[in-house]
Design a protein around this ligand. Structure first.
Ligand code: NCD
Length: 300
């Protein structure tokens, strides 16, 4: 049984294998027995795409899910994450998908014997988002080496940025960041920081991020249009992108803040393709976690 808490635990070859499995599992639908596995999805933070695409992947593979609603659970009586997970393991859950606001929350769960798939830990990591981003980029360009990827926005608070910078560099991409100085991690070198105007002209991939207001100390964005004009992808900047350049965003998108609303579904945008890839990638991660050599499924 294999956990996935960060892509740092996997080699480039292992990651490539998951992406190949995702391609293979794309059209796969379960039609036979449910194979007896039951997974609990524990989302302590809001989610639409990650939660629903894990659920879709589970349904398509014929895996059962145990409904767990944080709001009505004993978490409200003060029960901690470890005791909650240990309880669900004791009653027979075979794996957990967990999203939690605490960075590296999974370190408290070392006493569990079933796999944990990290669906996002604070501003730490988001391994399955990175996998679906890698798949999207690989489908588009066929390789990573030498590609210029610029991640734009609230880098410091973004688990998507942290996961993607690490893994894309390992795959040989040239990763740059762009955004307000105070939202860029101190350890990112000067030469990797670009203004948005520099970024759009050199990027093969412009990856935009939502401002993670829930991880800021109470500050609000005073004027969204100022942010768009200074740091965001406007229609004018999109026109200066390379002919083959693509736009990515993990979503949710705040239209008119980090990106002009009309660009969300423009020709360059791969935002909905990323979501689509998310189901296939999560099927591959689930199959890996449950150690099935072959998915218990038919291709239809
Ligand atoms: C991201 C997340 O939760 O980190 N969303 C997602 O999973 N697609 C990005 C975000 O919330 O801004």
């Amino acid at each position: 049984m294999s956990s996935l808490t960060s892509l740092k635990m996997l080699s480039v070859e292992e990651i490539d294998r998951i992406l190949d499995d995702a391609e293979r599992l794309y059209e796969v639908r379960h039609v036979g027995s449910r194979n007896g596995h039951v997974i609990a999805n524990l989302f302590f933070e809001a989610s639409t795409r990650t939660k629903c695409s894990f659920e879709m992947a589970q349904k398509q593979l014929g895996i059962d899910t145990l409904h767990f609603d944080v709001a009505t659970s004993s978490v409200n009586k003060g029960e901690g994450l470890y005791d909650t997970a240990k309880t669900l393991e004791s009653i027979g859950c075979d794996a957990f998908i967990i999203r939690h606001g605490e960075t590296r929350y999974y370190e408290q769960l070392k006493g569990l014997t079933v796999p944990i798939i990290n669906a996002g830990d604070g501003s730490g990591d988001h391994p399955t988002q990175s996998l679906l981003d890698l798949l999207t980029i690989r489908q588009e360009f066929g390789l990573f080496r030498g590609l210029k990827v610029v991640i734009v926005g609230d880098i410091l608070h973004s688990r998507v940025a942290h996961s993607n910078i690490e893994v894309l560099e390992r795959f040989g991409a040239e990763v740059y960041v762009s955004g307000p100085e105070e939202w860029i991690d101190e350890d990112i070198p000067r030469e990797k920081r670009l203004t948005i105007d520099e970024a759009v002209e050199i990027a093969d991939v412009v990856m935009l991020l939502r401002i993670q207001l829930e991880r800021h100390d109470g500050e609000m964005l005073s004027n969204p249009d100022d942010y768009l004009q200074t740091y965001g992808l406007t229609m004018e900047r999109e026109k200066r992108m390379k002919p083959h350049g693509i736009i990515m965003h993990p979503a949710p998108v705040n239209r008119g803040v980090e990106i002009d609303s009309s660009l969300v579904e423009c020709e360059r945008s791969r935002i909905f393709k990323q979501m689509n890839n998310g189901v296939a990638v999560r099927k591959a991660v689930l199959v890996r976690a449950l150690h099935q050599k072959e998915a218990p499924v038919h291709v239809v």
